[in-house]
Ligand binder design. Structure first.
Ligand code: SF4
Length: 437
């Protein structure tokens, strides 16, 4: 039985389902056994409230509530979440929290300020999302307190590595992830458990649990990448399939300095896919980060929810009453492909995006998510008639068969069948000579 129990699955173990004499006795505080089952499924009542619940059900319920992988937050001002994964493969459900990217800064580095500024200033936009480095891994090489204050001021979550207990205590309020040999002062904080191999890591994790540590991140050393990926896979399997407690924690891997940045990028790519929750980079390179952010975004999108943009009118290059109107669906990749071309035009344009549940043009049409009625409602809702003199709408070439239907639904508007490929849009629109409209 899966980890999420339904009310019906629970009910079949209860006295009412088995038609026993004490069925619906109300002793649990619920009017019926079914009501109890539904509450139990929502975790609103404890199994112990029903004295008649069989041992078999108790075992199933206790197994179901066990955590697969703990989820933690690092930082305060711009907090980042890690862990909380429940599946081995993205297509089983979805991955939950993106791999955290942290960059190492040595506290005594004479270029500390410059490096911190460079990391802070780096950001990229991909499909409507802005990405920045998630955290700073501050390594104590001297001058720790002063450097810690700078990281604190920057707002980055901090992964603090030091054996100076006093220095680490000064960072406690920042909700850091702590890497230290003297972890006993930080039992209430999020601490890394480090070991050289997976067996020792398991032993160390068990030891920490026995000693009352509350929040743990497993710190796995990077060996040969194949070996590390195998170890990460083992840990993820033990967590989400076996719910083996010592392995139910997020895993962190540090990629040491490499002369060839392509090697770092290749290792990080594998670690994002299989199954590092946190990657610490000793090398910081904007081009590499941009590629890795893009990969990470792809891996961590929910396969059940297509990427979509808001349904509205997007304006490019300050359009006016002589500008063309283009219509498409709200699938993010379609939007960005079209938007990119409209941005390149030497004049303004309006892009009307219909609400199509994030489906591409033909998929939306075949699923009745792009109909003449929806298109007409969208054009009216956003008052396009008041924005332009020439009442013409350019529709995707793939929807040429909808021309008559759309003209009937959008009375007074001319429907122009556009191009199939987004890259052909600029030449096509130029050929319509809107400047003389
Ligand atoms: Fe049913 Fe148990 Fe509640 Fe009685 S105590 S109503 S048997 S669930």
């Amino acid at each position: 039985m899966g980890s999420e129990l339904s009310g019906l699955q629970i009910f079949k173990y209860l006295p009412a389902a088995k038609k026993l004499p004490d069925a619906n006795c109300k002793k649990c505080g619920c009017p019926t056994c079914m009501a109890f089952a539904l509450k139990l499924a929502k975790k609103q009542i404890e199994i112990e409230k029903c004295a008649l619940a069989p041992e078999e059900l108790k075992e199933i319920v206790h197994e179901a509530v066990k955590i697969k992988q703990h989820e933690y937050t690092i930082g305060i001002e711009h907090p980042v979440k890690t862990g909380g994964e429940t599946v081995m493969f993205r297509h089983d459900k979805t991955f939950v929290n993106r791999t955290v990217f942290a960059v190492t800064l040595e506290s005594s580095d004479e270029n500390f300020d410059k490096k911190l500024e460079r990391i802070k200033n780096f950001q990229i936009e991909r499909i409507g999302e802005t990405f920045k480095v998630d955290a700073i891994h501050l390594k104590d090489t001297g001058n720790f307190l002063s450097s810690a204050a700078k990281v604190k001021k920057s707002g980055f979550p901090v992964i603090a590595e030091s054996d100076d207990t006093e220095a680490l205590i000064s960072l406690k309020a920042e909700n850091p992830l702590i890497i230290t040999k003297n972890s006993d002062s930080f039992k209430e904080n999020l601490v890394a458990v480090s070991a050289e191999d997976i067996d020792s890591l398991e032993t160390a994790s068990k030891e920490k649990l026995k000693n009352g540590y509350k929040k743990i991140v497993l710190n796995l050393p990077l060996k040969k990448i194949r070996e590390t990926v195998e170890e990460l896979t083992y840990i993820r399997r033990m967590a989400v399939l076996e719910k083996f407690e010592p392995m139910t924690f997020p895993v962190m891997v540090k990629i040491p300095h490499e002369k060839n940045i392509a090697k770092t990028a290749a290792a990080a790519s594998l670690l994002i896919c299989r199954y590092a929750n946190i990657i610490i980079f000793e090398d910081f390179d904007e081009a590499m980060m941009a590629a890795l952010f893009t990969l990470r975004q792809n891996i961590f999108t929910n396969p059940q929810k297509p990427l979509q943009v808001e349904s509205k009118v997007y304006e490019f290059n300050e359009p006016d009453e002589n500008s063309p109107v283009i219509l498409t669906t709200n699938f993010a990749l379609t939007y960005f492909a079209v938007a990119n071309e409209l941005e390149s035009l030497p004049f303004g344009s309006y892009l009307v995006v219909t609400p199509s549940d994030g489906m591409s043009v033909l998929t939306a049409w075949s699923a009745d998510k792009f109909t003449a009625d929806i298109a007409a409602k969208t054009v009216k809702k956003f008052n396009l008639a008041e924005k332009v003199k020439r009442k013409a709408i350019i529709i995707p070439g793939l929807l040429s068969h909808m021309k008559d239907e759309l003209e009937n639904a959008l009375e007074g508007w001319e429907i122009i069948v556009g191009t199939i490929e987004a890259c052909e849009i600029p030449d096509f629109i130029k050929s319509l000579d809107y400047t003389k409209a």
